[in-house]
Ligand binder design. Structure first.
Ligand code: ADP
Ligand code: MG
Length: 220
């Protein structure tokens, strides 16, 4: 499903070139549950952003579902991303002025889905994350755990086959964090391919497959 060959990513910062990824090869099959661990600054977020098509490698090849997505137009990448990938962030990235329900609805508006269908799907999504009673709340009226559940509902609303999470529990207490991990694992059990970046060893070790990144490279 996800195939990376020799992925490198450099950032130019003034005179200096930062080598964020130094030749990553990775194969992730449909339905896998992978954790990504490693020191701060080792390239974990850069890797996940490239897999999510939020960023492009400086060199190397990325094959997603058999299609080379390395050098495509921004429009094409946006379409591929929307059809295939859900992404969850450490700091939730919900839109503050929208309600929980409206945040979940947003990807469907962008995809041109009609209003009746959207309302139905938002309801199902709120139910699935156990937050139907918070549908009209705005982000500043919700707890961290609730915000992340809304963010997961939004990430999954277009039924992507891949769910990527960058430190999804990094801003939560351990009880809320565990609930989030269990929710993500439930989605994986339903067939979603799951990759989670985490600093938390206990969380990382729950994954069936564990990847460790040091200095921009996968170590075994
Ligand atoms: P991690 O998520 O493992 O903490 P990152 O992937 O965020 O690490 O960063 C890897 C390296 O790339 C770091 O040295 C970081 O400073 C650098 N980096 C990441 N993004 C950028 C960027 N947009 N511009 C410049 N340097 C960046
Ligand atoms: Mg990071």
């Amino acid at each position: 499903m996800i195939e990376l060959n020799g992925i490198r990513r450099y950032f130019q910062v003034g005179e200096q070139t930062v080598h964020a990824l130094n030749g990553v090869d990775l194969l992730v099959e449909r339905g896998e549950y992978v954790s990504v661990m490693g020191p701060s600054g080792s390239g974990k977020s850069t890797l996940l952003n490239i897999i999510a098509l939020l960023d492009q490698p400086s060199s190397g090849r990325y094959i997603l579902n058999g299609n080379d997505v390395t050098r495509q137009s921004d429009d094409e990448l946006a379409r591929v991303r929307r059809d295939n990938i859900g992404f969850v962030f450490q700091f939730f990235h919900l839109i503050p002025r929208l309600t929980a329900a409206e945040n979940i609805e947003m990807p469907m508006i962008l995809a041109g889905i009609d209003s009746r269908q959207r309302k139905q799907k938002v309801r199902e999504a709120l139910l699935s994350v156990n937050l139907l009673d918070r549908s009209e709340h705005r982000p500043n009226q919700l707890s961290g755990g609730q915000l992340q559940r809304i963010a997961i509902a939004r990430a999954m609303i277009m039924r992507p086959a891949i769910l990527l999470a960058d430190e999804p529990t990094g801003n939560l207490d351990s009880k809320a964090g565990l609930e989030i991990i269990e929710l993500l694992e439930q989605l994986n059990q339903q067939g979603v391919t799951l990759m989670i970046i985490t600093h938390d060893k206990a969380i990382g070790e729950r994954a069936k497959r564990r990847i460790r990144i040091v200095d921009g490279a996968i170590v075994v």
